[in-house]
Design a protein around this ligand. Structure first.
Ligand SMILES: Cc1cc2nc3c(=O)[nH]c(=O)nc-3n(C[C@H](O)[C@H](O)[C@H](O)COP(=O)(O)O)c2cc1C
Length: 484
């Protein structure tokens, strides 16, 4: 069982496993053990191929992705994305990618005006299928293609929804492909308005918005901020592609279990940079991927997440409060400012040392002279500082140990020395490819609060997302026991 890997399972089964595990407060591995045990005892198999879960105590068991796939005829959920003719149309190309990242199939329709801003070619290349532009297209209309585009999907998204498109929708027009699809659709519709603030606050737009709300149209945004037009600001910016993709996902995939709802979780991620002079610094190879994946998993489990991040090249997780910092000292300040929290997870690779004789100006090379040696001093130890707090110590403090040798011995010593509750230990020697890579092999060390005994749980190699989901499931289980 220690060698069990869920890496090779298809995405839907992996999602189902994660959800089952989170729902039952077990690690993914423990969940697999239970499934195998039940199967060997002759348990019933679901149509998905996994044994059916015992009847849940709640009346309505949460739907899982496999169930959603079944509801959708065994295929991926489908979105018809209508791109309207606004300046924000360029962001809709990114939206195609964001929706697809969530395992959702996208078909794109562009209005005539949209094609002045982005091309059908770009939309079809990104969606991997033909993009539709014309109501009177003999190739797709020989069997009423606009009706298929309206119905052969699970959700219609309009982004950007121009003032004009919203007016047409509110009044039932159908004089082009986009408006005909919107009128013919019997699926939920999500619109992301984007327009100049004066267009948005115009009485006609307000009437149309009110009508669309009465008609059950879902809306995301518009946001406030700078507009594309020079010197224009106000409400009218299209919601960001990530926000729209998340909203679409939430409509397609009903509420997942939220075992960390009501919990405040602090996570640190990435490297720190310790300045040598205004242009140079000392850093390490941490990518921040593991900490970001944990932030995502904790947020998906319903937690209120604060992510204190060193400099990384990653997109900010959606609906997470991200504080960007550079040095270890900045990171400690941001961490202390985030307290109190219920759970603190220190996944950042904090530099142990910083330069004392930091140059106020760029250090210059002088011919024939050796560089003055860098004097290093120890940085504050964030994990130990927070673990040893007398007031505001988070009830669960989790550290990470990145070791290149004697992994378990060093991690065991670290848990005692730092005073934290759990340590996620991983071997970061170059041959493992963990530093900067997409997968991880971890050992979870947990210290029994009453006896001080340390238990070691070795997890199979898995993706950083799976490590995050498994860790969050363990946290959910531990915090549920503590509050029981
Ligand atoms: C440069 C430029 C930018 C525009 N941006 C917007 C916009 O952000 N929102 C909007 O509602 N209309 C905008 N318009 C006006 C629309 O393109 C116009 O109303 C068009 O008829 C909309 O067509 P559609 O709704 O069929 O896509 C813009 C027009 C131009 C020329």
């Amino acid at each position: 069982m220690a060698n069990l890997s869920i890496r090779n399972l298809d995405d839907a089964i992996r999602d189902e496993l994660r959800l089952r595990a989170a729902r039952n407060g077990r690690s993914v591995e423990d969940e697999v053990r239970v499934i195998l045990r039940e199967a060997s005892q002759g348990g019933h198999m679901s149509a998905a191929g996994l044994p059916q879960e015992p009847a849940a105590e709640t009346t309505a068991p949460a739907p899982n992705p496999r169930e959603i796939l079944r509801q959708h005829g065994g295929s991926q959920p489908k979105v018809t994305l209508i791109i309207g003719g606004g300046i924000a149309a360029y962001k809709s190309l990114d939206l195609i990618r964001r929706i697809k990242e969530r395992g959702i199939h996208v078909r794109v329709v562009l209005t005539q005006a949209a094609q002045k801003f982005v091309t059908a070619l770009a939309a079809s290349a990104l969606s991997n299928e033909r993009a539709y532009t014309d109501l009177f297209d003999p190739q797709s209309e020989f069997d009423a293609g606009h009706i298929r585009l309206a119905r052969e999907c699970d959700l219609v998204v309009v982004a950007p929804a121009t003032a004009d498109l919203m007016a047409k929708m509110a009044n039932g027009h159908a004089d082009d492909l986009a408006s005909a699809i919107l009128l013919a659709s019997n699926k939920p519709i999500l619109i992301a308005p984007a327009m100049n603030p004066l267009m948005w606050s115009n009485a006609a737009t307000k009437r149309n918005v009110a009508q669309l709300q009465r008609d059950g149209i879902r809306m995301i945004g518009p946001n406030a901020g700078e507009m594309a037009e020079r010197n224009e600001a106000g409400t009218g910016r299209m919601a960001e592609p990530l926000e729209i993709a998340e909203a679409a996902n939430a409509l397609l995939r009903p509420q997942r279990p939220q075992p960390l709802k009501g919990k405040r979780v602090l996570i640190t991620a990435g490297p720190t940079q310790e300045p040598i002079d205004p242009v140079r610094y000392i850093a390490n190879r941490s990518s921040g991927k593991q900490g970001y994946a944990i932030a995502d998993a904790a947020r998906a489990a319903g937690a209120d997440v604060i992510l204190v991040s060193g400099p990384v090249e990653l997109d900010e997780p959606v609906s997470v409060n991200v504080k960007h910092v550079e040095s270890a000292r900045d990171m400690l300040t941001a961490v202390e400012a985030a307290l109190p929290v219920d759970i603190a997870i220190f996944a950042a690779a904090v530099a142990d040392w910083r330069v004392v004789n930091e140059g106020a100006q760029k250090l210059k090379k002088k011919a024939g002279e050796a560089m003055a040696p860098l004097q290093l001093t120890e940085n504050p130890d964030i994990l130990a500082t927070i673990s040893k707090l007398e007031t505001n110590r988070p009830p669960l403090v989790i550290g990470f140990a990145a070791e290149t040798e004697h992994l378990i011995d060093n991690a065991t010593a670290k848990i005692k020395r730092k005073g934290c509750d759990w340590i996620v230990a991983n071997d970061v020697s170059p041959a493992t490819g963990i530093m900067g890579g997409d997968s991880n092999t971890v050992n979870l060390l947990t210290r029994d609060k009453a006896t001080g005994d340390i238990a070691v749980d070795s997890w199979a190699p898995m993706s950083k997302e799976d490590v995050a989901a498994t860790l969050v499931a363990r946290i959910a289980s531990a915090t549920a026991k503590d509050t029981a």
